[in-house]
Design a protein around this ligand. Structure first.
Ligand code: DGU
Ligand code: CA
Ligand code: CA
Ligand code: CA
Length: 193
């Protein structure tokens, strides 16, 4: 049964430790206990995914707080951020992250924040309004192997940004860009589209 149209207020992070969490189209929005969805770095996530968990058919609502934190890898399918908070998803400890479909709007700064070693695969994602779509943690050496396979990205500055000599990005298939300045920014080196 679809839960489209139902709105769930999240007061403390929902932990998915392995297994599948299917939101069935429901919208999850943070209460002020988690944060205000602005740029404060002290906010909490709505979801904590661990050890290969799968999150699917979930919308994150008007208050995105610190989005989703991933420990030890996870898969996301059809996860949509209606209004990204401080960021949308953070890789917090090493592991593979696969994101299939889904979308994000209204990011002030970053959408995907990579703070640990990962193979990060982003397939057919749609993002509108961001500074950086995928960012390895500023000033840090992180072994991130990023693949962006298809998708459509609009109104942003960088598709991928890193300060790490261990990080790489591969662009596959047809990626549509509209009003995006750079494919990559490595340190202060920008490569325009
Ligand atoms: O350097 O570590 O933006 O996970 C400062 C911090 C910062 C992180 C990151 C995040 O890079 O807070 O949201
Ligand atoms: Ca941040
Ligand atoms: Ca953050
Ligand atoms: Ca926002």
């Amino acid at each position: 049964l679809s839960k489209e149209g139902s709105v769930i207020v999240v007061n403390e992070p929902i932990v998915v430790d392995g297994g599948v969490f299917d939101g069935k189209g429901a919208t999850y929005t943070a209460s002020s206990k988690l944060g205000d969805g602005g740029q404060s770095e002290t906010q909490s996530p709505l979801f904590i995914l661990k050890n290969g968990a799968t999150l699917k058919n979930v919308d994150l609502g008007e208050n995105g707080a610190d989005g989703i934190h991933v420990y030890g890898g996870a898969t996301l399918e059809n996860v949509n951020w209606q209004n990204v908070g401080e960021d949308a998803l953070t890789v917090k400890s090493a592991g593979d992250v696969t994101i299939i479909g889904g979308s994000a709007k209204g990011a002030t700064d970053k959408i995907f924040q990579i703070n640990a070693d990962t193979r990060f695969y982003l397939k057919d994602f749609v993002a509108d309004g961001f500074t950086t779509l995928v960012r390895t943690n500023g000033g840090k050496q992180i072994d991130a192997d990023v693949t962006i396979d298809g998708g459509a990205f609009s109104h942003g500055s960088n598709v991928f940004r890193t300060d790490s000599s261990l990080a790489s990005v591969t662009f596959l298939s047809d990626i549509t860009l509209d009003d995006v300045k750079n494919w990559t920014r490595v340190g202060d080196n920008q490569s325009g589209v």
